[in-house]
Write a protein of this length. Structure first.
Length: 272
């Protein structure tokens, strides 16, 4: 059963802010996890992260931070914190290089419906931004492969992990994106996939549309503008999408604007 929380009055939509990992592409399971395991091997470490373990580790935001968290349970990890931090930096740098190689094989596609919504934003003249706590090199590797070397020109703002001191669920990336764009929180919509991402957007006052990713299919996510299985389908969304449309039609700007209008009219967000 859906619960509701209050929402202030909103005006016209001026920007769509995209999370990257899990939202634009299923990078966590098929990219970062694989690259971490290859980095462990390259660094002579016997550690390996299964799909299930990596799902648990995703509760810690940030790849280097994830490594440090996991090292707390590793007998072979250095005893001194400074040494663990040095090892985490080494492994993480190697992992980022291996991730770029992996993305370059073309084996990590965009999630279905993502390109369609981006095209609609460009055709409408609606500004887009990236708001992620992954590294800039990882963002560049993924989006360069899919959109070419000039990919950043499609986005009015790109905020990455290096640009903030605190990562999601802290709202820093979203607050910086809003400052750069010069708009209010309710003039933007965030596209997210995880509880931490939604918490970050909401802490910044930004309504969030949730496209659940592989690792967060069953996660409890509160206070989202809408929650669904992906932009590629009209089935399974809460609130439900407008009647009369082909269920195979992807979710688009009209749907996001309808959710915003309904939330504004009813002063509601959807929650699970």
């Amino acid at each position: 059963m859906a619960e509701m929380t209050a929402m202030a009055e909103i005006g016209p939509l001026k920007a769509v802010l995209w999370d990257v990992d899990g939202t634009i592409a299923e990078t966590e399971r098929d990219g970062h996890r694989v690259a971490f395991n290859r980095a462990f091997e390259a660094c002579g470490l016997p550690w390996r992260w299964s799909e299930a373990l990596y799902g648990e580790l995703l509760h810690t935001t940030g790849g280097r931070e994830r490594l440090l968290h996991d090292m707390q349970t590793r007998p072979m990890a250095p005893a001194r914190l400074a040494d663990r931090e040095a090892l985490a930096r080494t492994v993480h740098e190697k992992k980022n290089a291996l991730y770029a190689d992996l993305v370059g094989t073309g084996l990590i596609p965009l999630r279905e419906g993502v390109a369609n919504l981006m095209v609609q934003c460009r055709e409408r003249g609606l500004r887009m931004g990236i708001a992620t706590t992954t590294s800039r090199s990882n963002v560049d590797a993924l989006l360069r492969w899919h959109f070419g070397a000039a990919w950043a020109q499609q986005f009015a703002v790109v905020v990455c992990g290096e640009d903030v001191q605190r990562k999601k669920p802290d709202p820093a990336v979203y607050e910086q994106a809003l400052r750069t764009l010069g708009i209010g929180a309710l003039e933007a919509v965030a596209i997210e996939d995880s509880p931490a991402g939604v918490a970050a957007a909401r802490a910044a006052g930004i309504p969030a549309v949730v496209t659940r990713s592989a690792y967060f299919e069953q996660a409890t996510i509160s206070a989202a503008l809408a929650i669904g299985p992906g932009l590629h389908t009209r089935r399974g969304w809460l609130p439900t999408l407008r009647a009369g449309a082909d269920e195979r039609e992807p979710v688009g700007l009209k749907d996001i604007e309808a959710w915003r209008a309904a939330a504004d009219s009813a002063s509601h967000f959807a929650a699970e």
